[in-house]
Design a protein around this ligand. Structure first.
Ligand SMILES: [Zn+2]
Length: 251
């Protein structure tokens, strides 16, 4: 196999690995960002719930004060009953006492409901804070694991970048630029193997990148010449399966 296609295949191999590792690094750091956003949303809910709780607390406090004031009036009427001088006065005080008592029964019920609202919000807030705490510790786990993994991936990227530079030096400028352009279009996949279909001649040849038919002329040329031949459909640089066997082995 010719040196140009061999050099391009080596470059292709390192290019793919480099992109994969960079992808892994991106996914790694993304997980922490997603988790940070989730926590920020929970904190937002916490602030809203705190406001709700404060509002409910104020309502409950004010209802409790009303109940207390009514109780004072009831006890005032009770002592007035004891000092009533006539039956008529007694009956009048008793009527007022019963009215206040009836009103206060309703008020007490409302105050109780408001207290329950406070307790409910307090419970929700406690639960939410526990959840924030556990999500926070999950974030820490992710970040700790990330730190090790990202460091490892950075090392791999640096090493692959060196190999990439070395492999690129073996490819002439024009082909190197072409390779880069195609690689950027196809997520690093600048080259495509020629697939041979059929058991006996005439074989059908298909591009391993886009699966469209390939003119046999390309295949015949590749068998004898070391040159860049591109798929007429997708533009990837073509190579034959047999050419990979003589390509430099990966280390
Ligand atoms: Zn193609």
């Amino acid at each position: 196999m010719g040196s140009l296609l061999a050099a391009l295949l080596e470059l292709q191999s390192v290019e793919s690995q480099l992109r994969q590792v960079r992808d892994r690094r991106r996914r790694r750091t993304r997980a922490a960002k997603v988790q940070q956003r989730a926590i920020e949303e929970l904190r937002q809910s916490e602030r809203q719930l705190q406001e709700t709780l404060a509002q409910r607390q104020r309502q409950a406090d004010s209802a409790a004060l009303d109940v207390k004031a009514a109780e004072e009036r009831i006890s005032h009427f009770r002592s007035a009953l004891n000092t009533a001088k006539t039956n008529k006065e007694y009956a009048s005080i008793l009527t007022q006492l019963n009215t206040v008592k009836a009103d206060n029964a309703k008020r007490e019920e409302e105050a109780l409901q408001l207290m329950q609202n406070v307790e409910e919000a307090t419970g929700e807030l406690t639960e939410l804070r526990q959840r924030i705490e556990s999500e926070q510790s999950r974030l820490q786990d992710i970040e700790t694991a990330n730190a090790q993994e990202v460091e490892k991936l950075d090392g791999m990227i640096a090493e692959l970048q060196e190999r990439h530079d070395a492999a690129a030096e073996n490819v002439p400028d024009t082909e190197r630029r072409l390779f880069k352009r195609i690689a950027d279009n196809y997520d690093g996949e600048a080259m495509a193997v020629v697939e041979q279909h059929g058991k006996k001649p005439p074989y059908e040849f298909v591009c391993g990148g886009c699966f469209m038919s390939i003119n046999a002329e390309h295949v015949n040329a590749l068998k004898v010449r070391d040159e860049v031949r591109r798929c007429d459909s997708c533009g990837r640089i073509l190579y034959l399966e047999s050419q990979t066997q003589s390509a430099p082995s990966e280390t």
